[in-house]
Design a protein around this ligand. Structure first.
Ligand SMILES: Nc1ncnc2c1ncn2[C@@H]1O[C@H](COP(=O)(O)OP(=O)(O)O)[C@@H](O)[C@H]1O
Ligand SMILES: [Mg+2]
Length: 284
């Protein structure tokens, strides 16, 4: 595998030389399906034959261990070296694996930066084509730490079709643009519902708003994900929709289209000049 193609300005400043593309999945709002999209996107990329890692950037409210049904404490390999867990062929790391689930989680602001750096630098990710990072809601410190600590290839933003969700995703896009991270795709989650008995497509929240908004913002529209019980159940049962044999084809196809679109967009980016790591005063 080729080394990382994004030229870090200082030697030693890229903690992930073996990772080709680091993709942040974000949105302004909680509950729109960021984690669901991140997990299934990662699995869809894996199914294309790529090596994929998933980093749970939601330090305050990690959901990846539950979604992947894997809660084992990660193995320490050496001081400051930990092996990522593996599930469904994905390497992953989450704050949820490191804390006692019985105890309330108290993570202070400055700790977040340290955790993000450790998840990048101390976890032995090895050679990956994609590292997908599931971000917490909001436009806060995790995205900032991430952009400062590794050469982010791009961001994908997730919205629902409602206008109110687009206002929030707009904030996320502004944040990524401030951080010099190209936004290579909008995903519209809970886009439509396919009637189980007649197969009709019901667009509960209206049609086309997110796609029009993406066109105005010059953000590629990667596609929509239907609202479907298999997607919700996957999140709860530790068996993501894409690995559950009961998941209907129209749901599978939706996630595959997203993965194809992301792969296409990152291939385009690879031919463009690279962004340097951003430096932020007062953080190191
Ligand atoms: N397309 C979908 N169809 C049905 N349920 C969904 C879909 N996307 C997400 N959900 C459910 O919505 C809830 C929030 O999703 P989640 O991915 O945790 O959002 P976020 O990470 O943005 O907070 C979860 O219970 C999840 O299972
Ligand atoms: Mg989440």
């Amino acid at each position: 595998m080729a080394g990382h193609q994004h030229g870090a300005p200082k030697s030693g400043s890229n903690p992930l030389p073996g990772v080709k593309h680091i993709i942040a999945v974000g949105a302004g709002k909680g509950g729109v399906g960021k984690s669901t999209v991140a997990v299934n996107l990662a699995i869809a990329l894996k199914a294309k034959g790529l090596a994929v890692g998933l980093m749970d950037g939601d330090i305050y409210g990690p959901s990846i261990p539950k979604m992947l049904g894997s809660h084992d404490a990660p193995r320490g390999l050496a001081p400051n070296r930990i092996a990522p867990n593996e599930a469904y062929g994905l390497k992953f790391m989450s704050m949820g694996l490191l804390l006692d689930p019985e105890k309330p989680m108290i993570v202070r602001g400055p700790i977040v930066h340290t955790v993000v750096r450790q998840f990048l630098g101390d976890v032995v990710w090895g050679d990956l084509d994609y590292l997908i990072v599931d971000l917490p809601p909001g436009t806060g410190d995790v995205a900032l730490s991430l952009a400062q600590s590794c050469p982010l290839t791009a961001a994908v933003v997730v919205s629902t079709p409602q206008d109110v969700a687009l206002i929030d995703v707009q904030k996320a896009v502004s944040m990524f643009r401030t951080l010099n991270v190209p936004v290579v795709g909008l995903v519209e989650n809970m886009s439509w519902h396919e009637c189980g008995s007649c197969g009709a497509r019901e667009e509960i929240f209206g049609h086309g708003g997110a796609e029009r908004w993406a066109a105005r913002e010059r953000i590629p529209f990667l596609g929509g994900v239907p609202l479907h019980a298999s997607v919700a159940a996957g999140g709860d049962e530790g068996q993501p929709a894409l690995v559950d044999p009961r998941t209907p084809d129209h749901v599978r196809t939706a996630f595959r289209v997203l993965a194809d679109g992301l792969a296409e967009q990152t291939a385009t980016l690879a031919s463009l000049p690279k962004q340097p790591l951003i430096q932020i005063e007062g953080l190191s």
